[in-house]
Design a protein around this ligand. Sequence first.
Ligand SMILES: [Zn+2]
Ligand SMILES: [Zn+2]
Length: 177
Amino acid sequence: MSRILGRVSPNSELHLYLLDFASRLMQKCAMATKTKTQKALRALDQYCSEHDLRATEPRRAVLSIVIQSAQTLTAYEILEKLKKKMPNPKPPTAYRALDFLNEHGFIHRIESLNAYVLCNVDHKHTGSQFLICDSCGNVNEAHLCHLPASLEKEVQATKFHTSFWNLEIHGLCKNCR
Ligand SMILES: [Zn+2]
Ligand SMILES: [Zn+2]
């Protein structure tokens, strides 16, 4: 937007229109994030009450931090942001909240980036695949909830018990190609 504004003469009608348009767009984005946060926190509260778990303040705060970030976040970055939401949080507080949210499927850990991302569909699936853009860092979650048959056959042949799995595919997203 600032690149477009730079080409329009200042204070012209078009300039003012674009400024107004940009500010309304930002307001809309902020409102959408707020709604998304409220919805996810309600889902967390409901899930916890149904499973006799506690939606503690750090768990709620960490979840809202992950929701509000467009990019993946490392545990350290989450801890830094948590300091703005809670007085003096200790690293284990953030790590325990992350483990909880990851274990219950509200967020996912991207192993190859050592970072976390919000589950973009529902928190009740067992398998995940991530398409990771190495240029902009954008992570897309694909949902094939079962292992491909050929792989499943091999797993069963070794009598291996799978507790969870994920598949991380690195490359370039359509905006970066
Ligand atoms: Zn997910
Ligand atoms: Zn990209």
